[in-house]
Design a protein around this ligand. Structure first.
Ligand SMILES: C[S@@+](CC[C@H](N)C(=O)[O-])C[C@H]1O[C@@H](n2cnc3c(N)ncnc32)[C@H](O)[C@@H]1O
Length: 299
């Protein structure tokens, strides 16, 4: 695996982690090369996405009182953030989606991850860019975590819109996808119940567990289990997968597990640092690292 910046010459000779604006990097990648493109852009929530990691330690002068009257102090270990507010969200997405379509192989597939705020506008944009006949699925990822408002139904799902490069000519390996338990196993034979069922277009899956192995601390990190289904079904073993909004690098981690090649792009130097730590790249030492980060911030 190699790290580089978006303005460099980009060749698919190794797994790549690219620092810089994806509009610049996408323009430099070879067309018709990718089995799968997974896009998980900022959702245009109108606020910065921020994840704080806190350390708690015993301190007689601490502000928090715990069990048995003991006092504790919390301190901020790290703060990871990226901006999520766009003047014209669809105008930001459109050129990137058009380029993504050109980068897909003839049997390739785009997975576009979004939430309820923009999903319907994005569907119309994707219909325009790919053609309505190229629409394959609307996946609902349902989770159950976080605050629940009392005056409306708590929004606890994301939408993943799936489009293919060539209608009817896409790769899809349903047998490669991990099966899941039947909701009512008593209604099917014991043999079927033991084998489990193929997932449908509604996926019940937890968010990244707060203390689990996967957790990187990067805001809006997606669970590997969700990405595993996508990669298993819609890419060939050894094929190339691309994530232009890579964040913590979940797509790369899953590609490693399933024997696929990957290209990850992010313009946030903190994301690049998290990806390098997660995927085990030796980061550039001292001055070189600072120069690379500065170049990435300018790219
Ligand atoms: C929703 S997060 C992706 C999370 C990722 N799927 C994960 O599992 O960690 C969106 C990412 O897109 C990046 N981003 C936003 N605009 C970008 C751009 N123009 N070029 C490259 N990266 C961008 C942000 O820095 C952020 O890391």
């Amino acid at each position: 695996m190699r790290t580089c910046i978006a303005t460099e010459k980009l060749t698919l000779d190794d797994d790549l982690v690219i620092a810089g604006d994806n509009a610049v990097a996408l323009a430099r990648l070879p067309e018709a090369s990718f089995d799968l493109i997974y896009m998980d852009p900022p959702f245009n929530t109108g606020r910065a996405q921020l994840r704080r990691t806190l350390a708690v330690s015993a301190d007689p002068d601490g502000a928090h009182v715990g069990f048995g009257g003991r006092r504790y102090r919390t301190s901020l270990l790290s703060k990871l953030a990226y901006d999520d507010e766009f003047g014209d969200y669809l105008a930001f997405l459109e050129p990137r989606l058009r380029r993504a379509r050109d980068l897909l192989a003839a049997d390739g597939t785009l997975y576009f991850h979004i939430d309820y705020r923009e999903a319907h506008y994005c569907k119309l944009l994707l219909d325009e860019v790919f053609g309505r006949e190229a629409f394959l699925n609307e996946l609902i990822w349902s989770y159950d975590y976080g605050a629940k408002p009392r005056r409306r139904w708590p929004a606890k799902h994301d939408t993943i819109l799936v489009y293919v490069r060539t209608p009817g000519g896409h790769h899809f390996d349903c047998e490669a996808v991990e099966r899941e338990p039947y909701m009512a196993p008593g209604l099917v034979s014991a043999e079927k119940a033991a084998r489990g069922k193929r997932p449908t277009d509604v996926w019940f899956h937890t968010i990244v567990p707060t203390n689990g192995r996967e957790k990187t601390g990067y805001p809006t990190q997606k669970p590997e289990g969700v990405l595993r289904r996508i990669v298993a079904a819609s890419s060939h073993p050894g094929g190339w997968c691309l994530d232009p909004f890579a964040g913590s690098g979940t797509l790369g981690a899953v590609c490693r597990q399933l024997g696929r090649r990957f290209v990850l792009i992010d313009h946030n130097p903190e994301a690049i640092a998290v990806i390098c730590a997660r995927l085990g790249v030796t980061r550039l030492p001292g001055r070189e690292a600072r120069t690379a980060r500065a170049r990435a911030a300018r790219a």
